[in-house]
Design a protein around this ligand. Structure first.
Ligand code: COA
Length: 205
């Protein structure tokens, strides 16, 4: 092995160590911004955040890169108490966007594929024609209610979950579904809007 190659390897090794150390330190710094974080919380960067003081995370949670998380306490001249609660043993893939002006709860053992979007609000109440006089960004944020995702739910790739929705425990939401109304426990739901396509009969023993 030539000297040049040895030196090159050493430099790469040093840079690898330096950047992973930097990543760990930044991730430890970001964790301090949350209201509460459990053990074994893994977040991949980059992430974009607002209001982490109103976000709690349980034990053994991992969230992939390009996470956008927003718990609003203010938007234009409106005030909110946006809260996000993530349970234990939750795994979420990359490009996860979650935004709350009310409360969004994710239960234990929830698995989410990439590109999932969960939001409890819209830019304006589309049933109020007066609001159309304003540009979308200036319209008051409007919610149909909190969002609750039960334990053991599996959410497929590219799913959107909108305001006022509860997803019952053990439910599966098919890829690219848009969940606009509540989904009961122990079912598979899919489509736009998401509807129950199958009932799951879970053995009791
Ligand atoms: C929801 C899902 C689990 C259902 O699987 P399944 O029980 O084998 O479903 P089937 O293939 O028997 O489909 C049943 C019906 O639902 C429809 N369907 C299934 N998945 C659908 C989806 N994501 N969106 C819309 N319709 C769907 C099928 O077209 C079929 O309709 P039909 O009865 O009119 O023919 C699966 O289709 C799915 O979307 N998996 C998610 C994959 C994913 O995101 N993986 C990420 C890895 S982490």
């Amino acid at each position: 092995m030539g000297l040049k190659k040895i030196l090159k390897d050493r430099i790469y090794l040093f840079l690898d160590g330096y950047y992973s150390d930097l990543k760990i330190r930044r991730s430890e710094y970001i964790k301090k911004e949350f209201s509460k974080v459990g053990i074994n919380f893994i977040i991949e960067e980059p992430l974009r955040y607002l209001g982490l003081k109103n976000v709690t995370v349980g034990d053994n949670v991992s969230i992939g890169k390009d996470w956008r998380v927003e718990a609003f306490n203010k938007h234009n001249d409106q005030e909110f108490d946006g809260r996000i609660q993530i349970g234990n043993n939750v795994n979420i893939e990359s490009c996860f966007h979650i935004g709350a002006i009310g409360k969004i709860t994710i239960g234990d053992n929830v698995l989410m594929a990439s590109k999932v979007f969960i939001s409890d609000h819209s830019h304006g109440n589309v049933n109020n024609p007066d609001e159309f006089k304003l540009a979308p960004a200036k319209r008051p944020l409007y919610s149909k209610g909190d969002i609750y995702i039960g334990n053991n739910v599996w959410i497929g790739e590219g799913v959107c979950i909108l305001s006022g929705v509860t997803i019952g425990e053990n439910a599966i939401i098919g890829a690219n579904s848009v969940v606009t109304t509540s989904i009961p426990s122990n079912v598979i739901a899919a489509g736009v809007p998401a509807k129950v396509i199958k009932y799951i009969d879970i053995p009791q023993n």
